[in-house]
Design a protein around this ligand. Structure first.
Ligand SMILES: [Zn+2]
Length: 104
């Protein structure tokens, strides 16, 4: 894994691998995109009050976010999926996985 900090392609934010500091510009599509999908997850759980898990495709912004954090995609990230787990209302975790590897 590279130890080089990663600069966001869309704004002035720089990721440092150790602390994953972000600081995207407000106009950055990556940070906007991640915010949008997190809002969509929240809405989904509000519409499905008895669900604790949601599985959905990964978004381009999440792929960019993870690459920025130094995550080495070893297969085409487009086909990756996200398992969103709601621990409590407003507290969710996102787990990224490759369905081809999760099948076993
Ligand atoms: Zn950015």
């Amino acid at each position: 894994m590279s130890s080089q900090p990663w600069a966001c392609p869309d704004c002035t934010a720089v990721y440092a691998p150790r602390n994953q500091s972000r600081g995207h510009d407000e106009s950055c599509w990556i940070s906007r995109g991640v915010e949008e999908i997190c809002d969509a997850d929240r809405d989904w759980f509000e519409r499905h009050p008895f669900a604790t898990e949601r599985r959905r495709p990964i978004t381009r912004a999440e792929v960019a976010e993870m690459r920025g954090g130094g995550f080495p995609f070893d297969s085409a990230p487009d086909r990756w999926r996200v398992l969103v787990t709601q621990l409590a209302p407003g507290a969710r975790t996102r787990h990224f996985y490759d369905p081809a590897e999760a099948r076993s």
